[in-house]
Design a protein around this ligand. Sequence first.
Ligand SMILES: [Zn+2]
Length: 315
Amino acid sequence: MPNNRQRTGLVAIDMFYLRLGHTSKLIIFSIVVLIHSSAYATDNEVNITCKRIASKLASISLSECLERNLRTSTSYSENNTPLLIKEYPPLGSREPQARILLLGGIHGDEYSSVTIMFKWMSILDKHHSGLFHWKVAPLINPDGLLRRKSQRMNANGVDLNRNFKNGINDNAGLQYWQKYTNSDPRRYPGKKPMSEVETQWMHQLITEFRPDAIVAVHAPYGIVDFDGPPKPPTHLGPLHLHLLGTYPGSLGNFAGEQLDIPVVTVELPYAGIMPSEQEVSRIWIDLIRWLKGNVPKDETRKSRQIAIKNSLLDD
Ligand SMILES: [Zn+2]
């Protein structure tokens, strides 16, 4: 039941509404309908995408996907699939230690890299304490995953982990691809850096959210790779540090080396088989411990902001 003050407020709103002319009423009605239908469209898009993910990945049920309460972002993949995001914002008055961006499914045929995002989100749903401000994008490349035969590349045949700005010139990625991969189609960097909408979305997440660390999950090398400052984790659960180096246009090269953002690359041992439940939580616990002890480093934060600014000026 509304109290007296609320009731007075409601009566005032009613009186205001009655005094409006027909056109004004129509405008207000249209706005209300629009707000309702866009909220519905968002829910519906998430539902449809969850259905497609659950029918592709045996390790994620439809209810498990829906329970994560993912949201549509402002971006869509090349084939018009909404790019989904989940935010775990700061809580109450607690100032988060850092902003962390988690990215899964950059390569569409690395199933475990998507599933583990959902497992980690279910941990965060229960235990988000406000220590970190998280953004989770569990499936960067839905077109690569959600096709009859999943593929590493996006709908345009581009390896999104080679499509970032390379810091050299627009042709460096293509030249490297021809010279060192023998034009391997699985590693095609695209006609030019940032040509793909999914890469543009990752870039937007990085420049707008300004994460203090990025964690990207891949498979199947069974190691931890690291780019940028400061000291890498020696291991995360059963996965041990093994530095693979970067390639022109890779996330590690772009965010780690060019923007000075620590990039932890978790390489799960199998693309199609999930680590055990125990291993999933051991990797998570070690990751949190490492983030707590190492991110952010104040001396790198300043140079990072400058680098991000410059990256936006390049556009
Ligand atoms: Zn990968």
